[in-house]
Ligand binder design. Structure first.
Ligand code: UDP
Ligand code: MG
Length: 328
């Protein structure tokens, strides 16, 4: 099919990439809402649905969607996580503009035309989004606000809302992201690195249509660490500076103890034993903390040097002539 399309046509094409993990209850409505929006655009489009090792009937439902010529379904061998799934989708996109969104209908497909307009009118490479009237529990919103702020400070990446995946990228930016071969990545942040002209628009946000969030606290914390660790060496620097400061304080305190020992004698020093214990514990605790953090980085280096693929595609359903069937 790609041979039949001239270059201009591919440039015009909009590719949607949606990661799917246990979303069986949301998929039919997702499809029903996307199709009218995309046909109203009157330009070629494709929909790439990536099944991220779902354990429910999602894959079956997705395969059923391939009766529509626009749809291709990527089956991954297991659950690799949302960002890896999106990258797998990126590896087979054809369009000049690539839009990512979630499968749970929290990102209304009706906003897609606005993203595309913003991109084309302003000549932007990346169109980010800010969720207007975010429909999540306070328990999610408050930590997310703090995380947004910290992430902005630490990584220096200017992005208002880190969590919203309804975003549009130019194909060149997508290609640069695929070329990264980086594990544990965070696509919106990576994109702002590779896109020269970046903008943000406000989009609506809805409640999850069905099922429950795939991000328990554990996964969220992991994702935040991915973000901080892959875009800065801030934690390591923090340990270094903290270590220097503590060592200096320790030396000063040691000197203080020696002087008081000389001035007040041994009796006073023996009474200070418990203070020393307390200090020792603080130091030991800090050392463990530092070791843990260093270990986290070493673990990541280890994963990187093993060069294990970020995802493995089992099969691509849909337009058979285009089946990539590979890994990255
Ligand atoms: N997702 C995925 N793999 C995962 C977790 C999530 O592909 O391991 C997909 C999920 O199907 C959804 C999107 O990523 O389309 C966002 O997930 P979710 O709605 O659970 O996250 P939240 O909105 O709660 O942050
Ligand atoms: Mg969601």
């Amino acid at each position: 099919m790609i041979e039949k399309m001239d270059a201009g046509n591919v440039e015009e094409m909009i590719s949607l990439v949606i990661p799917v993990y246990n979303e069986e209850g949301n998929l039919p409505l997702l499809m029903n809402r996307i199709r009218p929006v995309m046909s109203a655009l009157r330009r070629p489009w494709e929909l790439i649905l990536v099944d991220d090792g779902s354990r429910d009937r999602s894959l079956e439902i997705l395969k059923g969607f391939t009766v529509h010529p626009e749809v291709r379904v990527v089956e991954l061998t297991r659950n690799y996580g949302q960002h890896a799934a999106i990258l797998a989708g990126f590896s087979i996109v054809r369009g000049g503009i690539v839009v990512t969104l979630d499968a749970d209908l929290q990102n209304p497909p009706e906003e897609i035309p606005r993203l595309i307009d913003a991109m084309e009118e302003g000549g932007f490479d990346v169109v980010g989004t800010i969720r207007r009237g975010r429909k999540d529990s306070l328990l999610r919103i408050v930590p997310s606000r703090i995380v947004n702020m910290v992430a902005r400070k630490i990584t220096g990446v200017r992005m208002t809302d880190w969590g919203c995946m309804l975003r549009a990228y130019r194909r060149t930016v997508v290609e640069r992201m695929i070329a990264c071969h980086e594990h544990a990545t965070f696509i919106p942040a990576l994109a702002t690195h590779f896109g020269k002209r970046v903008t943000e628009i406000e989009v609506a946000h809805e409640e999850r249509h069905g099922g429950k969030s795939n991000y328990p606290l554990r996964k969220l914390i992991n994702l935040q660490f991915d973000l901080v660790a892959s875009f800065s060496e801030f934690p390591i620097k923090l340990i270094m500076y903290g270590g220097v400061l503590l060592a200096t304080l320790g030396v000063c305190f040691g000197a203080f103890l020696v002087i008081t020992r000389l001035v007040y004698g041994a009796v006073w020093a023996a009474q200070g034993v418990f203070t020393l214990f307390a200090i020792l514990f603080i130091f030991v605790g800090l050392q463990f903390f530092a070791l843990g953090l260093i270990g986290e980085y070493i673990g990541r280096i280890y994963r990187e040097v093993r060069k294990r693929p970020e995802y493995v595609i089992e099969h691509v359903y849909g337009d058979e002539s285009l089946s990539a069937g590979g890994s990255a």
